[in-house]
Design a protein around this ligand. Structure first.
Ligand code: ADP
Ligand code: MG
Ligand code: MG
Length: 199
């Protein structure tokens, strides 16, 4: 079973990897966007880490809803409300359970991803974070390592696609040949699950 500490470790591991990979995320966003995705993710998840330390939420649902709220309030770009919705929806699905199973986590993230698709209007193949998140949620039943591999594959597979949502879509065919920054940060988020599981 996964407790509040697991979810805190997930968010902390994600903040660390967003810091580590910020330059890469920004370089990807400079090719097909406005060169701020790394700083957006760094600012957002650092604020999440700080909020979790300050408020010490004590259930999985409270950890994720606080994280989602903090992303929405600190990230100005498109990715803030989208990631915020993902985590808030997932957190809401947990209610006030003290512990959740991996199956419940998969179901909650499925609800979160549905919320992201409803908010942003993106479907699989539109070259967005959805292209990493959907395969990751599909693979979660096979464990965190499988989800991580699926998210990374999904992110890489955005390269030949033409963007149909978000800022990159303004480039039309010129968005082809570049990996999507949001799909890349989503793979980091999913990788954080495996990191949280190993302590
Ligand atoms: P902005 O584009 O406002 O500068 P970011 O650079 O932080 O925001 O995030 C860009 C990423 O957000 C994209 O690479 C894409 O993955 C994701 N994104 C943008 N619009 C959408 C959308 N409508 N649905 C899903 N994901 C989206
Ligand atoms: Mg951007
Ligand atoms: Mg921006």
């Amino acid at each position: 079973m996964l407790d509040a500490d697991f979810f805190r470790r997930w968010m902390t591991a994600t903040a660390t990897s967003m810091n580590r990979e910020a330059e890469r995320l920004t370089a990807l966003d400079s090719a097909i966007g406005d060169a701020d995705h790394g700083s957006n993710m760094q600012r957002g998840f650092s604020a999440v880490r700080a909020a979790l330390e300050e408020e010490a939420p004590d259930t999985p649902g409270a950890v994720l809803t606080l994280a989602g709220r903090r992303l929405i309030s600190t990230v100005g770009g498109a990715s803030g409300p989208l990631y915020g919705t993902l985590l808030r929806r997932a957190g809401k699905a947990f209610g006030d359970a003290a512990e959740v199973s991996e199956k419940q986590l998969a179901e909650a993230l499925r609800a979160g991803v549905d919320g992201v698709m409803a908010l942003g209007g993106a479907a699989p193949g539109d070259k967005t974070m959805i292209d990493a998140l959907v395969p990751a949620v599909d693979a979660l039943g096979d464990g965190f390592a499988a989800a991580r591999a699926a998210a990374e594959e999904g992110a890489v597979a955005t390269t030949p696609l033409q963007a149909r949502k978000g800022r990159a879509s303004y480039l039309g065919e010129r968005s082809i040949g570049h990996q999507d920054p949001g799909a890349t940060s989503s793979a980091l988020l999913i990788a954080g699950l495996a990191e949280a599981a190993t302590g």
